[in-house]
Design a protein around this ligand. Structure first.
Ligand SMILES: [Fe+2]
Ligand SMILES: [Fe+2]
Length: 316
């Protein structure tokens, strides 16, 4: 079969709703796009552990500490599923880490913002995990099998993350004036970066059409962003805090909220490495890799020893 026929057959399978598995024929661009997207997603999960991990030792109660610890551990697990899914496409874990550590690979820009107060832990769960859920629920139906299956498990955990964040804010908003002000301040700082998590506007997102055709994406960035705003505003109303957008209002005709213009220059600045914490995050991941060298060496030595023992047993 020539390439054209193979491509047609491939597209027919996708159109029929079949999943593509790692050993199936796929266009090189499909493979590369998935390696990039799945690994960026994996990197985002483990870099996302950093702003919150910073608060585990400062959680205000044992209950909060247990919940946050579980949440941060979940994110580490998400990273592992996703690295495994990326590996099925023929790239090694070492190469993936190398791309992260050298700054060649990107991760979600949201994690380049600092978690300054305890209310930020609430805002991250509510908004950042809330935005992630919208993206990831769509990805449970993506065409690449290992990615779609990883997302099913991940989504279940994400809804716990979102609720633990929202509950933190609900408690603060029902607390003292100072606590409520802390929640408002967190919303002020996290709102716009959360909207940016869905990526550039559709007209500036040239890969969207191809991604929709391959069913990597089933909705555009702007559609997902609108869905997030529509879901989140009623939740902010229950909290009694104000979304920092004077242009935000319900549009009866559209049946959606209208919202103000996003400052895309801030987004691109953070993507280019100039966000408040880009250097810190990369340094932390590099340090984790370097400090873990002895663990990797020990694990390797142990498995070699086991293999030799097994060999001797067989010889006897
Ligand atoms: Fe996650
Ligand atoms: Fe999460």
């Amino acid at each position: 079969m020539n390439t054209q026929d193979l491509e047609k057959k491939f597209q027919d399978r996708i159109d029929a709703g079949e999943k593509i598995e790692p050993k199936d024929w796929m266009p090189e661009k499909y493979r590369k796009t998935h390696i990039r997207q799945i690994s960026q997603h994996a990197h985002s999960e483990i870099v996302g552990m950093l702003p919150e991990g910073n608060w585990i030792s400062r959680a205000p109660s044992l209950r909060r500490k247990v919940a946050l610890l579980a949440k941060v551990q979940d994110e580490g697990g998400h990273g592992l599923y996703l690295y495994s899914a990326a590996e099925t496409l023929g790239i090694s874990r070492d190469e993936l880490f190398n791309q992260l550590h050298t700054g060649k690979a990107k991760y979600s820009s949201i994690f380049n913002y600092p978690a300054l107060t305890w209310a930020d832990i609430g805002a991250i769960g509510w908004l950042v995990d809330g935005a992630a859920i919208i993206n990831q629920v769509m990805l449970t139906r993506t065409s690449f099998g290992p990615y779609a299956r990883a997302m099913v498990r991940i989504c279940k955990e994400e809804s716990f993350h979102q609720r633990q964040g929202y509950e933190i804010l609900l408690t603060l908003c029902n607390g003292t004036e100072v606590q409520k002000a802390m929640a408002q301040d967190a919303l002020n700082r996290w709102w716009w970066p959360s909207l940016m998590m869905f990526g550039p506007r559709d007209e500036e997102s040239p890969n969207t059409a191809q991604s929709v055709k391959w069913k990597i994406k089933r909705k555009t960035n702007d559609e997902l962003r609108q869905q997030f705003v529509d879901n989140t505003i009623p939740q902010a109303e229950i909290l009694g805090i104000t979304v920092p957008d004077p242009d935000l209002k319900w549009n009866e005709e559209r049946g959606h909220y209208d919202f103000g213009a996003i400052d895309w220059s801030e987004f691109w600045n953070v993507v280019k490495g100039n966000g408040p914490c880009n250097k810190e995050r990369l340094a932390a991941r590099n340090a984790a890799w370097d400090n873990g060298a002895w663990v990797r060496e020990a694990a390797l030595a142990h498995s070699e020893k086991q293999a030799k023992r097994e060999e001797l047993k067989q010889a006897i």
